[in-house]
Design a binder for this molecule. Structure first.
Ligand code: NDP
Ligand code: 8X3
Length: 257
């Protein structure tokens, strides 16, 4: 039976991924900072399928200790889903909060690197494994206020491709999943510091992607035949597309073209 290790499994995409794997009979190591939010997975699927661990991905020692002490049934991780991540704020760079920038870098980049580095040696020694990283369209397409969040996701994209280079010949697969707007998660509430009304406005009148859509993509890439590596999956809701490039015309206001 396969084992998946999911970071940020307490809500949104990570929870949907954990539920989808468990429903298919895959054992899941479900991690996040909020342990109370993880216990529902055990209630639903049982301790044979779900192993819960409170984990802050920014804590390098904690990740290393967890990986070294997983119960035997969960110890041979086949799939690492590096999902834990967040956007904080939407202020333009000169006004942005440096603490928020640091937290995004430490979570989205450093934490992802810690989890990857802790689990890769086992995968390589077993000759099988798959690292699935949650990037974002924000790593490819800039937007005002995306500054450090988008940059962290560009890191995730390039780290994924570079991992493929390093893992050449090992049989280990790597995929970067890059969604556009996903509703039904806590992403915007976190970004806007708990302002539920502002968060709801992001999705008002639209049909965004859902966490289940992304879980479906994760399951799809990891269920391909062993000789197939899906490098990158970029997906958006139909209601979302590309913006024009703004041209500043001093004295005339801003326009596009
Ligand atoms: P949520 O806020 O619902 O989920 C984020 C998860 O990350 C939570 O489970 C949270 O758990 C966890 N997390 C945050 N910080 C840490 C930390 N330091 N250590 C461990 N876990 C942490 O948002 P989404 O489900 O939408 O986001 C999941 C991923 O998908 C993120 O990487 C996000 O950037 C990415 N993404 C989201 C999109 C969207 O539009 N929603 C689009 C593209 C990508 P806890 O607080 O319990 O620790
Ligand atoms: C989340 C998508 O467009 O809000 O990664 O940055 S976006």
């Amino acid at each position: 039976m396969a084992v998946a290790f999911v970071t940020g499994a307490s809500s949104g995409i990570g929870e949907a991924v954990a539920r989808r794997y468990a429903a298919a009979g895959t054992r899941v190591v479900a991690t996040a900072r909020r342990g109370d939010r993880l216990s529902g997975l055990v209630d639903e699927f049982g301790e044979d399928l779900i192993f819960v661990s409170v984990l802050d991905v920014r804590d390098r020692v904690a990740i290393e200790q967890l990986v070294a002490s997983l119960p035997p049934a969960f110890a041979e991780v086949d799939v690492l889903v590096n999902n834990a991540g967040l956007a904080l704020g939407l202020e333009p760079a000169p006004e942005a909060d440096l603490d928020q920038w640091e937290q995004m870098i430490e979570t989205n980049c450093t934490g992802l690197v810690y989890a990857t580095r802790a689990l890769l040696p086992g995968m390589v020694s077993r000759g099988r494994g798959h690292v699935v990283n949650l990037g974002s369209i924000a790593g490819t397409y800039p937007y005002p206020g995306g500054n450090v969040y988008g940059a962290t996701k560009a890191f995730v994209h390039q780290f994924s491709l570079n991992l493929r280079s390093d893992l050449h010949g090992t049989g280990i697969r790597v995929t970067c999943i890059e969604p556009g707007m996903v509703g039904g998660s806590e992403f915007s509430e976190v970004r806007f510091a708990g302002d539920a009304e502002r968060a709801a406005d992001v999705y008002a009148g639209t049909q965004p992607l859902t966490p289940e859509d992304i879980a479906s993509a994760v399951e799809w890439v990891t269920s391909q035949p062993q000789h197939v590596n899906i490098n990158v999956v970029e997906l958006m809701p139909v209601v979302q597309s590309f913006g024009p490039l703004p041209i500043d015309r001093p004295g005339q206001g801003s326009g596009s073209g």
